[in-house]
Design a protein around this ligand. Structure first.
Ligand SMILES: NC(=O)c1ccc[n+]([C@@H]2O[C@H](COP(=O)([O-])OP(=O)(O)OC[C@H]3O[C@@H](n4cnc5c(N)ncnc54)[C@H](OP(=O)(O)O)[C@@H]3O)[C@@H](O)[C@H]2O)c1
Length: 339
């Protein structure tokens, strides 16, 4: 496919519901078959999120109507646009707005996007940097902004990050470190400690700490926590927070339900809030501006943990990722994407 020509056909991983089961296969289709939008975009990179893995393997009801191309985020280059805000050649980003859920998403060589869902690649970031950061970094930035609104300061104490070896975990560590916070990374794989320290973790905690006998309240150690794991991890974090600390509940890689009591709330004034990366536009603009400037992590430290795969390896990657057998950030990178 030449750089900015409208292609006659494109390759996509398309998910269909067949006899009640999701089946995702590589297909060729015409751009006219994509869900509607004013802007046609050549996809450069599509982030592989935990949620995307659930969607294409049919492990959770993520996709709302079929057939659908999954992929909740993508960075690309405008091929053609009938909207005045976008012109051919513009580097653009889409995430959320039901992309890859109710509308076709990033796991395709070409994407058609409603202009109201699209933004220019933010200032201070190349298209590749923007793709590397993507939803994981945006989610971390949402948590950090809220922590600061709730009073977190650089001298408040360590911020815990669970699921530290995953995309959100690594990105959160790097952003918190850039913003000047102490970070306690929690991982099931202590061999990763040097990597997590190089990203900015000041302390690395073995997730096996959950196996110790539980007490109603543990030693108070964290001023804030970003929880990507849920289940027993979230219960332990709740019991381990300092007075007036906050937990951002982000993910469920380790389970959907958790046990807890009121003690952390009425003995230590714990606050908990949920994060959904599908933020309204003012917050998107504000946080992407920060991710391109004062919260931009050290990209050289992240780069060794970025894995590029072709579209035909996505299904295998998804299987491994859901089994917890991967680490770092994975991007489906399409032919012709600049390095
Ligand atoms: N709320 C939002 O808007 C939002 C946005 C993005 C992601 N998320 C969610 O955040 C979570 C993490 O996403 P991600 O993209 O970072 O996923 P990921 O790259 O697959 O990483 C998940 C990490 O969680 C840990 N983990 C995996 N399976 C586990 C298990 N069974 N028990 C305990 N720990 C386990 C692993 O870290 P270690 O090996 O280091 O222990 C793994 O690297 C997912 O649940 C995802 O859906 C939510």
């Amino acid at each position: 496919m030449s750089t900015l020509a409208r292609p006659e056909s494109l390759e996509a991983l398309r998910s269909r519901l067949i006899d009640g089961r999701v089946q995702s296969t590589l297909e060729r289709l015409s751009p006219d078959e994509l869900s509607p939008g004013e802007v046609l975009v050549r996809t450069l990179h599509a982030g592989v999120n935990y949620k995307d893995c659930l969607a294409i393997l049919g492990k959770a009801k993520i996709i709302t109507d079929f057939p659908r191309i999954a992929g909740i985020e993508a960075v690309g280059q405008v091929i053609e646009s009938s909207h005045p805000d976008f012109r051919p050649g513009d580097p653009v980003l889409v995430h959320g707005h039901e992309t890859g859920i109710r509308l076709d998403g990033g796991f395709a060589e070409v994407l058609r996007v409603p202009a109201a869902h699209l933004q220019q690649v933010p200032a201070g970031l190349t298209p590749l940097e923007c793709a590397i950061l993507g939803v994981p970094a945006f989610t971390a930035a949402m948590a950090l902004e809220r922590f600061e609104e709730l009073g977190l300061a650089r001298d408040s104490g360590p911020v815990a990050v669970s699921g530290a070896g995953g995309a959100v975990g690594m990105m959160t560590i790097a952003i918190l470190a850039r913003a000047g916070y102490e970070v306690a990374a929690i991982t099931r794989n202590l061999d990763r400690a040097p990597v997590l320290q190089a990203l900015g973790a000041t302390e690395v905690i073995d997730a096996a700490v959950l196996n110790a006998p539980q007490r109603p309240l543990e030693k108070p150690r964290f001023a804030a926590a970003v929880d990507n794991v849920g289940g027993a991890m979230l219960s332990w974090l709740m019991r381990s927070m300092k007075d007036s600390a906050a937990i951002a509940v982000i993910g469920n890689a380790g389970g959907n339900t958790f046990e807890g009591s009121g003690l952390p709330f009425f003995m230590r004034r714990l606050q908990m809030f949920g994060v959904i990366a599908n933020a309204p536009w003012p917050q998107r603009r504000r946080l992407w501006q920060r991710l391109g400037s004062d919260w931009k992590p050290d990209m050289a430290r992240l780069l060794p943990h970025v894995h590029h795969i072709p579209l035909n390896q996505l299904m295998a990657q998804a299987e491994r990722q859901l089994q917890g057998g991967t680490s770092g950030r994975t991007l489906v990178t399409f032919a012709g994407a600049p390095a």
